[in-house]
Design a binder for this molecule. Structure first.
Ligand code: HEC
Length: 146
C-alpha cells in the first residue's frame, strides 16, 4: 500500500516538525526562567551591569560592547557567540578563555542548552516577547554532546 505509507510518512513528518517547534518554545521559556534566576545578578538585557548586556549576544563577537570594560582575555579571544562557544563558556569560562572575568558556571548541560536557546531567541528578528522559537533548533536540549 504505497499510498498509505506515504500518508503515514507525511503525517509523521508534520508531527515531528510540530513537536520540534514545541520543544524549542519550551526550551526558550525554561531558558528565560533560568536566565532570570542565574544571570540577572550580573547581567541585564539592555544595560551593562557587572557583566555586559545580553540582548543580541548570540551571533555577536565576544567583547563587542564598546562601553563595557571587558577583560583583555575576552576582548582578544576572537570568539563568536554561537551554541557551541556559549556552551563551552557556560560550562567553565576560565577553562575556555583563561584570564576572563566571569566567575560563574552552569554545570547542567540541559540548563545550558535552555539558556542558549533563550539567548538565541533574543537575537532573532521580531522576537519582541522573547518567547517565539528561534529559526534554528540546534540549541535545543537534544543538541548532540561534543
Ligand atoms: C557573578 C557575575 C556574573 C554572573 C552571575 C553571570 N555573568 Fe556572564 N559575565 C560576567 C562578567 C564580569 C563578564 C565579562 C567577562 C570578561 O570581560 O572577561 C560576563 C560575560 C558574559 C558573556 C560574554 C558577553 C560578551 O559581550 O562577550 C556571556 C555570553 C555571559 N556572560 C553569559 C552569562 C550567562 C548566560 C549567565 C547566567 C547563566 C551569566 N553570564 C552569569 C559576570 C557574570
Amino acid at each position: 500500500m504505497p499510498l498509505r505509507l506515504t500518508t503515514c510518512l507525511a503525517l509523521y513528518l508534520i508531527f515531528s516538525a510540530a513537536q520540534a517547534h514545541a520543544q524549542g518554545a519550551a526550551a526558550i521559556k525554561q531558558g528565560q526562567r533560568l536566565w532570570q534566576q542565574r544571570c540577572t545578578d550580573c547581567h541585564a538585557l539592555d544595560t551593562d551591569e557587572t557583566g555586559p548586556r545580553h540582548r543580541g549576544v548570540f551571533g555577536r563577537r565576544a567583547g563587542a560592547i564598546k562601553d563595557y570594560d571587558y577583560s583583555r582575555a575576552l576582548k582578544r579571544s576572537q570568539v563568536t557567540w554561537d551554541a557551541r562557544s556559549l556552551d563551552r563558556w557556560l560550562t567553565d569560562p576560565e577553562r575556555f578563555i583563561p584570564g576572563q572575568n566571569m566567575d560563574f558556571k552552569v554545570s547542567s548541560s540541559a540548563e545550558r542548552a535552555a539558556l542558549i536557546a533563550y539567548l538565541q531567541s533574543l537575537s532573532s528578528p521580531g522576537v519582541g516577547a522573547g518567547l517565539t522559537p528561534a529559526r534554528t533548533q540546534h540549541a535545543a536540549p537534544d543538541m548532540p554532546p561534543r
